[in-house]
Write a protein that binds this ligand. Structure first.
Ligand SMILES: [Zn+2]
Length: 326
């Protein structure tokens, strides 16, 4: 029967839906706790051992300190002085250069507590953050940039063609413009899960950045790490990859990912066309990305890709269906 109605979820997917309902319930509960905890700036104690969880002012109340917390930042050093923060289904990065810190992207609109937690994890404080450099200004990457600007006194650097989007003034800035493209995917539990995951983290209510400093691709960006921008338009009009030449690292943003957030398929790949503003241009930009001289690709979604951008691009092209799945 299942084969006759490919539009209906399979038995396995129905099982996933049940799991997902439980997950959504958990996320909503956690979100309610966050909403409640925020104005008080408290450190909730564990109900079992009464210990206050160190370092996390908005930690999920009632979670035992030894249990991994899904809302907790998790910083991993992936190159000398470069820390990946896996913040739910999105990554952002901290670059430590001397006594100063640059963030590459800024997570979700509600990621401020993760920023504080990650800085604590790597032994830094908000006062050390001098810059936020954005690969693009979708709400899951622009995220807490305005909070970091205000609370750390940091400068937010945005590529010149992405400035309007960072201010929320570009055509299609509103996250609601993604909804029609996403709608046909929502029968899939993993896609519905992503939308819930994003919504809980504030995706639909972004805080735009009020003051930015724009950069081009002709000179290094005046921020710790002195990143160089390589335009890779398509996902958004002003999307860039950011190169940390000193360590042979490229932050690919969403020009290439190693996790499809809608299907959870892994490995170097393009994001689904539904999430790319201009899918054809996104494919064309792979050429510019592939020409970058680096040995490690750090994407906005998924695990680091240990290899050259050229090999990541080759792999992405191999698995690309040309948008048939769109
Ligand atoms: Zn993204």
């Amino acid at each position: 029967m299942e084969g006759l109605r490919p539009d209906l979820p399979s038995m396995a997917e129905r099982g996933e839906i049940r799991t997902l309902h439980a997950e959504v319930f958990e996320l909503r509960r956690a979100n309610e706790i966050l909403e409640f905890a925020e104005p008080h700036r408290e450190r909730p104690a564990c109900k079992r051992c009464r210990r206050v969880r160190p370092g996390y002012e908005r930690a999920r109340a009632g979670t035992h300190p030894s249990e991994p917390d899904p809302l907790m930042a998790l910083a991993t050093e992936v190159a000398p002085g470069v820390h990946r923060v896996a913040d739910g289904l999105v990554n952002w990065y901290l670059i430590v250069d001397g006594g100063e810190v640059a963030m590459v992207d800024a997570g979700w609109p509600r990621s401020w507590s993760q920023v504080e937690a990650a800085l604590t994890e790597i032994g830094r404080s908000p006062a050390d953050v001098r810059s936020v450099v954005l690969t693009h200004a979708h709400p899951d990457h622009l995220g807490a940039a305005e909070a970091v600007r205000e609370r750390c006194g940091a400068t937010v650097h945005v590529y010149r063609d992405e400035v309007d989007r960072a201010h929320g003034k570009a055509k299609g800035s509103s996250p609601f413009t993604l909804v029609p493209g996403l709608a046909p995917h929502l029968w899939r539990p993993s896609a519905f899960g992503f939308v819930m995951h994003a919504t809980v983290r504030g995706f639909m209510m972004p805080t735009w950045v009020t003051e930015v400093e724009s950069f081009g691709s002709d000179a290094p960006i005046d921020a710790p790490g002195r990143l160089r921008a390589v335009p890779t338009p398509g996902h958004t009009e002003g999307h860039v990859a950011l190169v940390l030449e000193e360590h042979g690292v490229v932050f690919s943003g969403d020009s290439i990912a190693t996790l499809d957030v809608l299907t959870r398929a892994r490995g170097a790949r393009l994001l689904p066309d539904a999430l790319n503003g201009d899918p054809a241009q996104t494919r064309e930009s792979l050429t510019a990305l592939g020409a970058i001289d680096a040995g490690l690709v750090l994407p906005g979604h998924g695990e680091p890709f240990e290899g050259t951008p050229a090999s990541a691009v080759e792999r992405a092209r191999d698995v690309d269906d040309g948008g048939e799945r769109a």
